[in-house]
Design a protein around this ligand. Structure first.
Ligand code: FMN
Length: 372
């Protein structure tokens, strides 16, 4: 199939459909994988619809500014790219294309450790991009230190620690996985000669030996003390954890349930956001991902206190459809939809987006089981 599949898609839903038509079954399943029962995965999207917008009219919104500053970097829109693994399954240019797409829209991307290209190669592909690095916890702290230094040298501006994954697929798999293409994991293999291909029993055993599962607050503290970069904790869902993170001097709290791929049955991220924002009390920036698919979703998350939101699967759909241009188009759609939603809500700039803009549907007596 040609590279330029559906370049004219005008919504994220169209991109999802186009990507799913293009991708082989295996990759489609891997990308959309909704966790065990899929409850959280579905609820992430539905939950946004439980919040209603109460617009303000007759304000001068002819010109809107969607730019925002996130950890000191100015982004043209408050929508950035969440860390996702193995972009090579979606496009041969993999994470380099995603980074170029994000940079062309002047927004940020979090590079996953599970990437086909090294963190230096990705930085070189998007020299003006704002890049953060998702670092795995390793048993050997020397390995972590070397990766932190490499990320600093390559120009990454934050370290993301994902805290909602105490166990990884490699230690839970009962049988090997055969990926339909070959890829490497240079941010994990370092100088080692990793045995077997990713997904093989030997490779899983190797990962189990080097990756530290069930990390604790001690590991977060160690990272904080061993880098000059700000730390963002991804996967926070409780106000208590957010407070503990504040005590450790973390710079960003990233509310996430891993897009419903980890623990099923946890709340939708938009539902827990207000509690977390309250707990953080302005001491750090708060971000959110999970089910963000439209400009009004972004508007609601910002009104409830997120400084910026992240998209996971939608970036992969864009990448699969049309490489860097597909990623750029997905972000452009989000920017255009947000700008229009801001106009209709009476907001000319991001700081005009206030909590009073959003009301939970229960206020209007809408029954909780109503379907949309
Ligand atoms: C294919 C795929 C791979 C992912 N890999 C990672 C990862 O390596 N590290 C991580 O912290 N989160 C990972 N995530 C979770 C995303 O960062 C993000 O939390 C989630 O996709 C957001 O939900 P959304 O897809 O509805 O936007 C992955 C998600 C997907 C769909």
């Amino acid at each position: 199939m040609s590279e330029n599949v559906h370049p004219k898609s005008t919504s994220l839903a169209e991109f999802e459909k186009a990507a799913n038509e293009k991708l082989p079954e295996f990759v489609r399943t891997y990308y959309s994988h909704p966790g065990e029962g899929g409850q959280t995965y579905r609820d992430n999207c539905r939950a946004f619809k439980r919040y209603r917008l109460v617009p303000r009219n007759l304000r001068d919104v002819y010109i809107r500014d969607t730019s925002v500053t996130v950890l000191g970097s100015k982004l043209n829109l408050p929508v950035a790219i969440a860390p996702t693994s193995i972009h090579k399954l979606g496009h041969p240019e993999a994470e380099r294309a995603t980074a170029r797409g994000a940079a062309s829209m002047n927004t940020a991307m979090v590079l996953s450790s599970w990437s086909h290209f090294s963190l230096e190669q990705v930085a070189a592909a998007a020299p003006r991009g704002v890049l953060w690095f998702y670092l795995l916890f390793y048993r050997d702290r020397g390995r972590m230190k070397r990766l932190l230094e490499r990320a600093e040298r390559a120009g990454y501006t934050a370290i993301v620690l994902t805290v909602d994954t105490p166990l990884f697929p490699f230690s839970l798999r009962r049988k090997p996985v055969v990926y339909p293409i070959q890829f490497s994991l240079p941010n994990i293999w370092l100088d080692d000669v990793a045995p077997g291909l990713p997904g093989s029993t030997e490779h899983d055993a190797y990962l189990k030996k080097i990756v530290k599962e069930a990390a604790t607050w001690e590991d977060v503290k160690w990272v904080k003390n061993n880098t000059r970069l700000p730390i963002v904790l991804k996967g926070i869902l409780s106000a208590e954890d957010a407070r503990t993170a504040m005590d450790l001097g973390v710079s960003g709290i990233y509310v996430s349930n891993h897009g419903g791929r980890e623990q099923d049955g946890v709340p939708a991220t938009i539902d827990v956001l207000p509690d977390i924002v309250r707990a953080v009390g302005g001491e750090a920036e708060v971000y959110l991902d999970g089910g963000v698919r439209t400009g009004t979703d972004v508007l609601k998350a910002l009104a409830l206190g997120a400084r910026c939101v992240f998209i996971g699967r939608p970036a992969l759909w864009g990448l699969a459809c049309n490489g860097a241009e597909g990623v750029q188009r997905v972000l452009q759609i989000m920017k255009d939809e947000l700008s229009l939603a801001m106009a209709r809500a009476g907001c000319a700039k991001i700081s005009d987006i206030q909590p009073s803009l959003v009301v939970h549907q229960s206020y209007y007596g809408v029954p909780p089981m109503a379907k949309y």
